[in-house]
Design a protein. Structure first.
Length: 111
C-alpha cells in the first residue's frame, strides 16, 4: 500500500511542477526594425561569400569535352579516395572525397 501512496505523491509533485512552469511569465520579445539592409554586417558577409564566377552545367560539359583525360584522372582519384575513406568507416566519406577531388583538380589539373 505504501507503494501506491508513493506513486500518488510522485504524480502530485509532477503535476505541481507543471503548474509552476505554466505560471512563470514569458518574457516579451522585443521588436526592432532594420531600416537599411545595405549597411548590416550580415549583408556584407553574404556579399563576400558570393562568387562572381558562374559555375553551370554547360561550362562543365565544355570543360569535360576539351579535357577528357583530366576528367578521367579526377574520377579515378575520387574513386580511390572514396573507397579508402569508406573502408576506414569515415563519417561523411562521400563529401570528404569530393573535397579531396576538388583540391586535386585545382592543384594538378587546372594549371
Amino acid at each position: 500500500m505504501s507503494k501506491i501512496n508513493n506513486i500518488n505523491n510522485a504524480q502530485s509533485i509532477h503535476a505541481q511542477r507543471i503548474a509552476d512552469l505554466s505560471k512563470k511569465e514569458k518574457p516579451e520579445i522585443g521588436t526592432f526594425e532594420i531600416k537599411e539592409l545595405k549597411n548590416t554586417a550580415s549583408e556584407a558577409l553574404g556579399r563576400s561569400q558570393v562568387s562572381a564566377k558562374v559555375d553551370n552545367l554547360e561550362n562543365n560539359i565544355i570543360y569535360m569535352m576539351k579535357n577528357p583525360e583530366a576528367v578521367k584522372q579526377a574520377n579515378a582519384f575520387f574513386d580511390n579516395i572514396y573507397e579508402n575513406l569508406k573502408s576506414k568507416n569515415v563519417e561523411d566519406a562521400y563529401e570528404k572525397a569530393t573535397q579531396y577531388e576538388n583540391a586535386f583538380a585545382e592543384e594538378f589539373l587546372n594549371k
